[in-house]
Write a protein that binds this ligand. Sequence first.
Ligand code: C5P
Length: 306
Amino acid sequence: MSANLKYLSLGILVFQTTSLVLTMRYSRTLKEEGPRYLSSTAVVVAELLKIMACILLVYKDSKCSLRALNRILHDEILNKPMETLKLAIPSGIYTLQNNLLYVALSNLDAATYQVTYQLKILTTALFSVSMLSKKLGVYQWLSLVILMTGVAFVQWPSDSQELNSKELSAGSQFVGLMAVLTACFSSGFAGVYFEKILKETKQSVWIRNIQLGFFGSIFGLMGVYVYDGELVSKNGFFQGYNWLTWIVVVLQALGGLVIAAVIKYADNILKGFATSLSIILSTLISYFWLQDFVPTSLCLSMKDWI
Ligand code: C5P
């Protein structure tokens, strides 16, 4: 049963990550009139959807009794403020991480950012070893290094992107690099911290996700106020939302649920393997189906060797 859930959750994560990347890419190329949707509000909507889905799952687990649901939410969340507060740490770190990635993407080209961000696979392994006392053998370390190198090769900048990156100043590149490196450490730490809470306390994964989503929504709303407060008061919270925005938001909320299930039934290291598989899958789909992926100079020179 547990092994089934492990592979099922990993399979859904591959599907979710691949469709999210492709939908976001498609939504970027779609030309619509009027203002673009604000990503800060999308983060909050995704958190709220995640909380609603988790409440439904807790309701189902309590044999569809509203009274039982009410009691569980009271006993496990409101009456245990210290347990609930524990989730403010990963939630705050994830909010910081999302902002750091924004800084990184403003100062680095997308490909350099993605290649560097794969370092999180190694930081996650380091935190798993130090915080969860996981033991990794030589072959497991070696496969992590090979995985990281492979994913970095898939995302190596193409010639046109290399030209773009030359236009970015050295100072700006340094700021971007520092932001993405810090994000690698925060991603590894927050993921492993969440795994520790899930595996070492008895609250269900859905209750933990409601707590995480609660803090995530508060931090997210602060983000809306700070970054887009003026735009929201002028054009509204849901400005620029269309059907595609809703698909992206639902896929993002689903991502939060699936990531939590993967961390519970598998672990953060396997999550790294699943998301890497999805990077390779979406690259292949982009190349063969959407035809918007240009093979890099590295791919082309590798073809010459073969
Ligand atoms: O890059 P990384 O794998 O660290 O990203 C994890 C993402 O998953 C973060 O954006 C975080 O907000 C989200 N997450 C979530 N619910 C969880 C765990 C992570 O929404 N239970």
